[in-house]
Design a protein around this ligand. Sequence first.
Ligand code: IPE
Ligand code: IPE
Ligand code: MG
Length: 244
Amino acid sequence: MSDKEQIDLNRIPQHVAIIMDGNGRWAKQRGQERSYGHRAGAETVHAIAEEAARLGIKFLTLYTFSTENWNRPTNEVTAIMNLLIDSIEEETFMNNNISFRIVGDINKLPKDLQKRLYDCIEHTSSNTGMCLVLALSYSSRWEITDAARKIAIEISKGELSPEEIDCKCISAHLATNFMPDPDLLIRTGGEIRLSNYLLWQCAYSELYFCETFWPDFKEEELQKAIYDYQKRERRFGKTSEQVS
Ligand code: IPE
Ligand code: IPE
Ligand code: MG
């Protein structure tokens, strides 16, 4: 039986987060510029978003551009920003009932890209299927620092007391406050690290690493990751007897 046939559709992870890594190396292997890999990666985004929606995943959060990625050569950053403008396809979202959202330090993005993103968010906002979230100019430390600042402002205005700060309060002040924590985090491209992605939210996520470069990550690999996830026992600190 294939992984897809073995997947239990009643136990699909609600939230899958992906660190889409390996575009540059994929291109280099083919003797091409890194931007060629980013273009191929954008196609994978569409295919994987459609498959995730078909499987019944509620939130798909894709690490698209990190705060640290601003330090790449200017020509690569520009190529990625232009590619983003070209590859935000409302049609794919409308055809698949997908609503589109973004998280990150969005003000840093070029103005024309911001407009494209906000238009797409607005046009897809009444879709009721999967929510596709791009993490753009995002890093966890940026997000947590920003949340700390927001909490401090509320305290200084007397709207919140220090005693009210708990895990729920911190989660509520994060940019990702509209979704549950990821059940499954996938990283493609062979590196075994989180690179500043959803550090708070992944406290109890199942982690899945694969060697495949993002442009080669096909629907079957997503199915494989989900099947692998379903074989695990999530204990959240309890004993096996308690959770079974
Ligand atoms: C991921 O692929 C895409 C971004 C970080 C924008 P990379 O560009 O990091 O590709 P590699 O890791 O260098 O192969
Ligand atoms: C993480 O990939 C960021 C994204 C996938 C957008 P990087 O390629 O930037 O991460 P490092 O440098 O290998 O940690
Ligand atoms: Mg990389």
